[in-house]
Design a binder for this molecule. Structure first.
Ligand SMILES: Cc1cc2nc3c(=O)[nH]c(=O)nc-3n(C[C@H](O)[C@H](O)[C@H](O)COP(=O)(O)OP(=O)(O)OC[C@H]3O[C@@H](n4cnc5c(N)ncnc54)[C@H](O)[C@@H]3O)c2cc1C
Length: 449
């Protein structure tokens, strides 16, 4: 009999701001008794909710339960920057292109667009407010010669792929962002910009209307094989399920799977207070835009508006390798100071504007950029390890795991079936020492971006 026990549960540092700026979500029950279902999903982020939606598309009669250790939109999914990107987005490269070749990148782009369409259909079907999902595109913003060179190199790659893009000069960047900081940019139209909390709360509410049962603050402590299927136990309850989909991203390792193969990176972000009228005038620029850095190790900046929860700026920086999947309060304070400097350099006209929220979140990578989307044990599936692009990749792994659990194959299941196992990492503490030294060096090189 197989038993998998969670060695630790997720710990979140700082508020999940995207949810905090919206009206409070109605409380859902925690699991306080024993129940049963056809398929139980562990984790209610992009992957888990997408898996539930796909299961219900395949068979509306399926009895589906989702359990999350936190509230919906409090975990990794509610802590990100909200770029649902269609194009290759390889964080370990110097310009996102990655080295897997044009044919792989074309395939990945097709799949990412499938994920974006899947999300867009959900927005329509579940009446999710349009401000929470906008096909607005994004800019790779460059501030230094190295950043401009990275954009030029990425543009060459996009030309090879026949992908639409537009180079922006400093004046155009100023017009969009209101900031004179950037020397240029590379606009690509296919990215969907999410209000991540609004989007996943809308997904969860839509799924509930289709009969999916969602339990919050229901951390799964053990997964045990049972006479028929599996049993999940929480502190106060249990779920007996024919099949299980683990959609808990890097926390998969906490249950003993893929130990020593997953890289846990903590990223940090800040959101300003609501910009007053005079600050909005002083800032200028467009009302909504999103800029990823030309060098993946630089700073991401977004300007959001009332349709996302207020006129605010969101900034993201810093990647620390933390096998414990947790940021210390000291790390967060240090990175918040660093983000303030980046913010001031870009927006000197907003010197008096406070950061209202500062938080950290978790990104799970594998060294060879593969996900873990497969059957781990009979009737136990994983939709995990989203690498740098959890909104699109999480959606895809969720769809794929649902299809596998229903015995279906598709372009998505085929894609993940060809992926290797995540490469083994050096043992602790050499993995942390090596990775952090590398990240600091990359970050220093990208310091102006
Ligand atoms: C600051 C920051 C910015 C980012 N920006 C972007 C971006 O712009 N675009 C992008 O695509 N990605 C971005 N990411 C990455 C993205 O957020 C993640 O890849 C994504 O959240 C992964 O989705 P998921 O559903 O696989 O996992 P998660 O969102 O982490 O969801 C997993 C869920 O499992 C739950 N869980 C874990 N253990 C248990 C347990 N034992 N029992 C029950 N539940 C459990 C957790 O509470 C969590 O809610 C960013 C990440 C950070 C931190």
């Amino acid at each position: 009999m197989a038993t998998y026990q969670a060695s630790r549960l997720p710990v979140f540092n700082g508020p999940a701001a995207w949810g905090a700026i919206l009206a409070p979500a109605p409380a859902r029950p925690t699991l306080a008794a024993a129940t049963g279902c056809d398929i139980a999903i562990l984790g209610g982020g992009f992957a888990g909710l997408s898996a539930a939606r796909r299961l219900k598309q395949i068979d509306p009669g399926l009895d589906v339960v989702i359990l999350d250790a936190a509230r919906i939109s409090e975990g990794g999914t509610g802590r990100n920057s909200g770029f649902m990107i269609d194009l290759p987005h390889e964080l370990t490269s110097s310009d996102y292109a990655g080295g897997a070749g044009d044919s792989h990148d074309r395939q990945l782009t097709r799949l990412n667009r499938h994920a974006i369409d899947f999300a867009s259909e959900a927005v329509g079907e579940y009446a999710i407010p349009p401000g929470y999902f906008q096909r607005a595109g994004k800019i790779n913003a460059a501030a230094s010669d190295a950043g401009m060179a990275a954009n030029a190199s990425y543009a060459r790659h996009l030309r090879n792929l026949d992908e639409a893009h537009e180079m922006l000069d400093a004046k155009a960047m100023h017009e969009v962002t209101g900031s004179a900081y950037y020397g240029g940019g590379l606009y690509t139209p296919g990215t969907a910009m999410l209000q991540p909390a609004g989007y996943v709360r809308g997904l969860a509410a839509g799924l509930e209307r289709m009969g999916v049962q969602i339990y919050e603050n229901a951390a799964v402590l053990t997964i045990e094989s049972a006479a028929q299927g599996w049993q999940l136990r929480t502190a106060q309850g249990a779920v007996q399920a024919q099949k299980i989909i683990m959609a808990n991203n890097g926390h998969l390792e906490r249950f003993g799977f893929k130990r020593g193969q997953l890289m846990h990176i903590m990223l940090n972000a800040c959101m300003t207070e609501e910009l007053p009228e005079d600050a909005i005038r002083a800032l200028g620029g467009h009302a909504c835009w999103g800029a990823t850095p030309a060098d993946p190790m630089g700073t991401t900046v977004r300007r959001i508006g009332p349709a996302q929860g207020g006129n605010r700026i969101v900034i993201r920086q810093g990647g620390y390798y933390r096998p414990g999947m947790q940021t210390s309060t000291r790390d967060l304070a240090r990175l918040t100071r660093a983000m303030r400097q980046k913010f001031d350099a870009r927006f000197p006209m907003l010197a008096g504007i406070r950061f209202q929220y500062a938080w950290s979140g978790h990104l799970c990578l594998s060294k060879n950029a593969v996900s873990v989307m497969r059957e781990l044990e009979p009737d136990l599936y994983a939709a995990c390890v989203q690498n740098g692009l959890g909104s699109a990749r999480g959606t895809l792994t969720g769809i794929g795991a649902a299809e596998l659990a229903c015995g279906r194959t598709s372009a998505i299941t085929d894609f993940f079936a060809t992926q290797n196992e995540p490469t083994r990492l050096p043992p602790h503490p050499f993995d942390s020492i090596g990775a952090n030294a590398y990240l600091r060096w990359k970050e220093w090189r990208a310091r102006l971006e």
